[in-house]
Design a protein around this ligand. Structure first.
Ligand code: ADP
Ligand code: GLC
Length: 496
């Protein structure tokens, strides 16, 4: 077969340009890993206010791109920038759509015009590639915001020679966000009414963009092998398990990697001191720095410091965190929380932080730099998720010598191995039942190991030596791109 596939990589958030969670980290790092493997990859995302405020060097490459939306033709601009590794990044601007305070909505709810915004982005991305003559073989799109792209390729553009041999890969980062809109908005999506049925975009009387991505893409992936199995069961499928089982032959679980250029305590520019497995002195300085920055009691320098860095949503096990917080403090340990999200969790945590100031520090908000300092300064990271497609913070924690205590679900189960003091193997602590007592038992087990210094040094070292860099997973994506492209290549050779 011919050279590496050309990939048009479309995501609703891409680090460092715009980020609300792990998808941005993945969409920032995977294209760079693909480029290293020789793939011609270009990235597209909306030109949000957050991107504009980042002051990245940009240049306008298209003015007044015409994009049909419902019965209107909208115009928007396309700007170009690049990642540090030289991957081209295209930013889709449209007056009134993306220049807002947030990406998808406010704490009170989603923006009411999200269907317009992301249908526009999806269609503009395809039309721009055609206008710019970017002859891509595969569109790789992510989460519900881009779910219409595979559907457009299979319907609106299936007979357009520019698109007719383009294959699509759709990656699910979270089944909990399904892109649901009322059925009478179908015309905004631009899809023909004939696609509104249970084998198409219809989902319990609504339109679901997540379902569109799953059903119309040539292959669907998710971000860990375990989650790819879990979502085919009613417990984790969020109502779409039957659809996923039906597509199981084209469903792949490819574990996320992490970007050690951005997350390595030996080079991290956010830290007060640097360190690595051979020289841990800097970690103590980072703990000291964090204790000072968060106003915690100096006494905690001699006691374990637990941390959590997370969206504050039910998915992340915030209920368990609130339930066990006081028990952890009673064990003479400290707690640092950085998070933003649902009001009820924010309030409960802030109240605890006020009651136990000195022992528990709570920071509400999104603070990339502080996230790095917590990762380095804490002794243990808590990730008690109800479900977790992959999870990245536990993988970052390993590299920072911050031992993860996780619930054995999804990617958490795939990336963390229970520490066994007898053999000295393992990288963290895991509990199975979604239950505060089960969580607390593993916290106590971690504390027991922490107090027996030799074993603690071993679990820390095991984690720091683990390698979750992107290279291997990026190769799996390239194999998948080749596979889906082949279907269309054979179409050519058969003269279809
Ligand atoms: P998810 O994508 O479900 O939120 P992940 O573990 O995959 O979970 O990724 C979360 C990413 O977002 C990590 O890079 C983490 O450091 C970051 N993050 C989460 N909450 C915050 C916050 N309040 N401030 C800064 N970074 C955060
Ligand atoms: C989602 C998931 C998280 C995953 C991230 C990146 O936000 O909740 O588990 O790590 O996407 O794939």
């Amino acid at each position: 077969m011919s050279k590496s596939p050309k990939v048009w990589f479309l995501a609703p958030e891409v680090a460092p340009f715009a980020k609300t969670g792990g998808l941005a980290d993945v969409a920032g790092a995977l294209p760079c890993a693909l480029k290293k493997l020789g793939v011609d990859v270009r990235v597209g995302l909306p030109f949000y206010g957050m991107v504009r405020d980042g002051n990245f060097p940009v240049r306008k490459v298209v003015e007044g791109l015409e994009v049909p939306l419902g019965d209107r033709i909208l115009q928007g601009d396309v700007l170009e920038t690049a990642t540090n590794e030289g991957v081209p990044v295209y930013l889709f601007d449209r007056k009134g759509f993306f220049d807002r305070d947030n990406l998808y909505g406010t704490p009170d709810g989603d923006y009411p015009d999200n269907l317009e915004r992301f249908a526009y982005f999806s269609r503009a991305a395809l039309l721009f590639a055609k206008k710019a003559g970017f002859h891509f073989d595969v569109v790789h799109c992510h989460d519900w915001q881009t779910g219409l792209m595979p559907a457009y390729l299979k319907t609106l553009y299936s007979t357009d020679p520019f698109f007719s041999r383009v294959a699509s890969v759709f990656t699910i980062h979270n089944m909990g966000y399904q892109g649901l809109f009322p059925a009478d908005n179908l015309s905004i999506s631009g899809l023909p009414a004939s696609e509104f049925h249970p084998e198409g975009v219809e989902y319990w009387g609504n339109i679901s963009l997540l379902k569109a991505g799953i059903l119309y893409a040539d292959a669907t992936t998710t971000v860990s092998p375990t989650y790819s199995q879990e979502i085919q069961t009613p417990e984790f499928g969020m109502g779409m398990d039957a659809i996923l089982r039906k597509r199981s032959a084209d469903l792949y679980g490819i574990l996320n990697g992490v970007d050690y250029n951005a997350w390595d305590p030996a080079t991290d520019p956010h830290l007060a001191a640097h360190y690595g497995p051979g020289d841990m002195g800097g970690k103590r300085s980072c703990k000291h720095d964090l204790v000072n920055e968060t106003g915690l009691d100096q006494r905690l320098m001699a006691r374990p410091l637990f941390a959590m860095i997370s969206r504050l949503a039910a998915q992340k096990g915030c209920d368990l965190l609130v339930q066990i917080a006081e028990d952890v403090l009673r064990l003479d340990a400290g707690l640092v929380i950085l998070g933003a999200g649902e009001n009820k969790y924010q309030q409960a945590l802030v109240e605890l932080g006020q009651k136990y100031s000195g022992n528990m520090a709570v920071r509400i908000g999104f603070d990339e730099s502080l996230a790095h300092r917590i990762m380095a300064g804490a002794d243990m990271l808590l990730v008690p998720s109800m479900y977790e497609p992959c999870g990245l913070t536990q993988i970052y924690a390993l590299k920072y010598g911050t031992v993860p205590i996780v619930r054995a679900t999804g990617g958490l189960d795939d990336t963390i191995e229970q520490f066994d003091p007898d053999s000295g193997t393992g990288t963290g602590f895991k509990f199975v039942d979604y239950d505060a007592n089960a969580f607390l038992r593993q916290i106590k087990e971690a504390l027991r190991i922490y107090d027996s210094k030799g074993a603690w040094a071993q679990v820390v070292k095991n984690g720091m030596r683990a390698d979750f860099s992107w290279a291997e997973s990026a190769r799996e994506y390239v194999l998948l791109y080749e596979k889906v492209r082949q279907r269309y290549q054979s179409k050519i050779t058969r003269g279809v």
